[in-house]
Design a protein around this ligand. Structure first.
Ligand SMILES: C[S@@+](CC[C@H](N)C(=O)[O-])C[C@H]1O[C@@H](n2cnc3c(N)ncnc32)[C@H](O)[C@@H]1O
Length: 404
């Protein structure tokens, strides 16, 4: 077996330089845990729109080590079942498990503010690499990790055993947490969730921290850090941008098929006040998910090559269709929810507030409701006190229906 101590030190150095790795205890973890042992049986590397399989056994050991210590996310499973040892040629597929880019893993665990003796619940074991880092820092008895995919969980468990950690690897839906080992001091999720499941709050001690990426759009999700209060609520803010694979039970089924049939009957048509192209930017995309939860952004093209641009909310059978109109855009809306009215109101208010970045978003979570807002009571200008009023375009309440 190749000794990768040099590569581990070098990875740690790069993560320090990138500002992701800050504390000596986490640096020691990165320098100690061999990432290559968590990549069995292999990885899929992106290549020309396809995924090229690479396995440890069929790859020259220097190349394998180089790949294992790259700063990229390494995809280990496609479409919920396929591993790199099962194919020999590049394939199409949707990544469903991976070893996330080390800078994101490390900056997230740094943000957890763990202390010695803390009990941590991790949702989304994946390869087990991040689990191993936490076992190194806190001890194997203080880490519980939940993975929804039984085969992924088995491989992670084996890898963790190989590096010497007999931690609590649980196979199950992490949206339910793992009450048997609760209460936890920290909960960290490395899959995307639409909202913070209340089960996590119930299973966290008062004063404990939950860190999870919220959203369902790949380039528009926010890393939420909330602290659990004595009264069973939680509050905090979005601390940055982050993107993960969606939690499996919440995976969005993309709108497909004949789009023209979906937009045949509109209730209104008008000129837009802001460009829908703004939704290609991260913060507007995040705000869109707050203002129109359930909406999907769909791009298509006519057979003549003209661009088509839509928002669809399949559950509420609502749509907004955009067409270029000179220098501006026209929108046709249909269905019970005027999606674009809601989104446009939020985007306009956000622009009026000076377009603050994603870290300006605060949230409060109860067993019934997620409330997000921008601005705060402590800000006393007229504009900001307007933001926090109910019904303001910079405050969104999402009531929960039968959700863990
Ligand atoms: C990005 S990978 C995890 C990365 C990993 N923590 C690492 O070391 O980098 C996300 C994992 O979350 C898992 N997952 C998705 N939905 C889940 C759920 N509801 N409960 C538990 N695990 C889930 C996926 O199967 C996948 O293995």
């Amino acid at each position: 077996m190749t000794d990768t101590a040099h590569e581990r030190r070098s990875l740690a150095g790069q993560l320090v330089q990138a500002g992701a790795l800050k504390t000596p205890a986490w640096r020691a973890a990165v320098e100690s845990v061999p990432r290559e042992l968590f990549l069995n049986p292999g990885v899929f590397l992106p290549e020309g729109g396809l995924w090229r399989p690479m396995t440890a056994v069929d790859t020259d050991s220097a190349e394998w080590t180089r790949t294992a210590y790259s700063l990229d996310t390494l995809t280990t499973q496609l479409d919920g079942h396929l591993t790199a040892d099962q194919v020999s040629e590049p394939v199409v597929g949707l990544p469903t498990s991976s070893s996330t880019m080390p800078a994101l893993v490390v900056s997230m665990i740094e943000s957890l503010d763990v202390e010695d003796g803390h009990q941590v619940l991790e949702i989304g074991t994946g390869t087990g690499y991040s689990t191993a880092l936490m076992c190194h820092r806190l001890g194997e008895d203080n880490v519980t990790t939940v993975e929804v995919d039984p085969e992924v969980a088995t491989r992670a468990d084996a890898a963790l055993e190989t590096v010497g950690y007999s931690t609590w690897t649980v196979t199950g839906d992490g949206l339910l947490g793992h009450p048997q080992r609760a209460p936890y001091d920290r909960v960290i999720a490395t899959c995307l969730v639409k909202r913070i499941p209340y089960a996590w709050i119930r299973q966290t001690k008062p004063g404990g921290i939950i860190l999870a990426t919220i959203g369902s759009w790949a380039n528009g999700s926010g890393l939420a850090k909330v602290t659990v209060n004595e009264d069973g609520t939680a509050e905090g803010r979005i601390i940055g941008k982050a993107s993960f694979m969606q939690a499996r039970s919440q995976a969005v089924v993309p709108v497909a098929g004949d789009l023209s049939a979906r937009v045949a009957y509109a209730d209104s048509e008008r000129q837009t006040k802001v460009s829908p192209l703004m939704l290609d930017e991260w913060m507007p995309a995040f705000l869109t998910q707050l203002a129109a939860p359930g909406a999907q952004l769909v791009r298509a093209a006519t057979s003549e090559g003209a661009q088509l641009f839509y928002l669809f909310d399949p559950e509420r059978e609502s749509f907004a269709e955009f067409t270029a109109d000179g220098a501006g855009w026209r929108v046709r809306q249909g269905g019970p929810v005027a999606l674009w009215d809601n989104v446009e109101e939020a985007l306009t208010a956000w622009q009026g507030a000076g377009s603050p970045d994603i870290t300006s978003v605060r949230l409060h979570v109860t067993d019934r409701c997620h409330t997000y807002w921008i601005g705060g009571q402590q800000i006393t200008t007229r504009t900001s006190s307007h933001w926090i009023g109910d019904g303001s375009a910079l405050r969104w309440q999402h009531r929960l229906v039968a959700h863990p």
